[in-house]
Design a protein around this ligand. Structure first.
Ligand SMILES: NC(=O)C1=CN([C@@H]2O[C@H](COP(=O)(O)OP(=O)(O)OC[C@H]3O[C@@H](n4cnc5c(N)ncnc54)[C@H](OP(=O)(O)O)[C@@H]3O)[C@@H](O)[C@H]2O)C=CC1
Ligand SMILES: O=C(O)[C@@H]1CCC=N1
Length: 273
């Protein structure tokens, strides 16, 4: 499937990962993409990274309106607190368009009220979309058609795993997979620090930490075995791993991760207010 004309309002980290990933996976042509953001530096990044795409600053409302009028899909990828201003600035320009929001915490009710219709999809993606390893969930408003859902599944599916959820589950999705890459990046950095502390050169420590996380994740996915059973297979009786696991348990790593997911989900709920 090839996507039709797409305008993305907001050209930052999430747009770069998601839309960049879709171009890299050849589901979207750069020629069919318009990006709107505030700074010329962002425009320069997009046009250098994806030659052929168009860029307008948010203070060129006429160019922005023309781009939206020519697009079948409009993606909203600005920070949640900016979204109301952006939507009121677009006026009736979004009439008839499939509108996709990736803004954390902003509920469908607020989106449809701001957009002026119900052909709206709320998505929680994550940044590994950039490398085709994203994890995303979405929910739809009343007027998103079956073919709109097919488009969403194709877009998000081209850059990783995608599933539909109820809107009430999206805060939890944010806690697990929307924010989740940050927890894992932090863990990789800390594992590498541990390797350096134990005497490894930084580069080798980082390669080993990265490949270990990647390998462990792939094993969970590909074997279908419970992660606890896979953990048990690494722990030799009286060996090195169980000594390390004991330290992790003493430092309440499980509770810390569970609380981290809950904190992100809670913040997502707060953003809805
Ligand atoms: N980062 C992540 O991992 C994830 C983010 N999200 C959601 O994605 C959305 C964007 O986040 P993220 O990409 O991280 O944020 P960034 O700050 O990286 O990007 C925000 C973008 O919005 C642009 N912008 C600001 N004001 C306007 C405006 N008035 N009109 C048009 N564009 C504007 C900025 O322009 P300029 O570049 O010129 O400053 C920038 O390109 C958020 O709602 C967030 O909740 C969802 C899942 C994961
Ligand atoms: O931190 C945030 O608010 C965004 C939403 C999920 C990941 N990043």
């Amino acid at each position: 499937m090839k996507l039709p004309q797409l305008t993305v309002i907001g050209g930052g980290q999430m747009a770069r990962a998601l839309v960049g990933g879709m171009i890299d996976q050849s589901i979207l042509d750069a020629n069919n993409l318009t990006v709107v953001a505030t700074s010329q530096a962002t425009g320069q990044w997009w046009q250098e990274s994806y030659p052929g795409c168009r860029f307008f600053t948010a203070d060129s409302p006429d160019s922005r309106s023309t781009a939206i009028a020519q697009s079948e899909i409009v993606m909203l990828a600005v920070k949640p607190h900016i979204l109301p201003t952006v939507l009121s600035g677009l006026g009736t320009g979004l009439a008839g368009k499939l509108v996709i929001s990736v803004a954390a915490g902003v509920p469908l009710a607020k989106l449809t009220a701001g957009v002026g219709h119900e052909r709206v999809v709320r998505v929680m993606p994550n940044t590994p979309s950039l490398v085709g390893e994203g994890a995303a969930a979405y929910c739809t408003a009343a007027d998103a058609s079956e073919s709109d859902v097919e488009s969403i599944e194709a877009m998000l599916g081209s850059v990783g795993y995608v599933t539909e959820v109820t809107e009430s589950q999206l805060d939890a999705v944010t806690g697990v997979s929307g924010s989740g890459p940050a927890y894992v990046f932090l863990m990789i950095e800390a594992l590498a620090d541990g390797g350096v502390a134990a005497g490894l050169p930084r580069k080798i420590a980082l390669e080993l930490a990265t490949q270990t996380v990647r390998g462990a994740a792939t094993m969970v996915r590909d074997t279908g075995e419970h992660p606890g059973a896979l953990k048990d297979k690494v722990c030799s009786p009286g060996g090195t791993t169980i000594a390390a696991v004991r330290v992790l348990e003493q430092n309440a790593i499980r509770a810390a991760l569970i609380d981290a997911v809950a904190a992100s989900a809670g913040r997502s709920r707060e953003l809805a207010q």
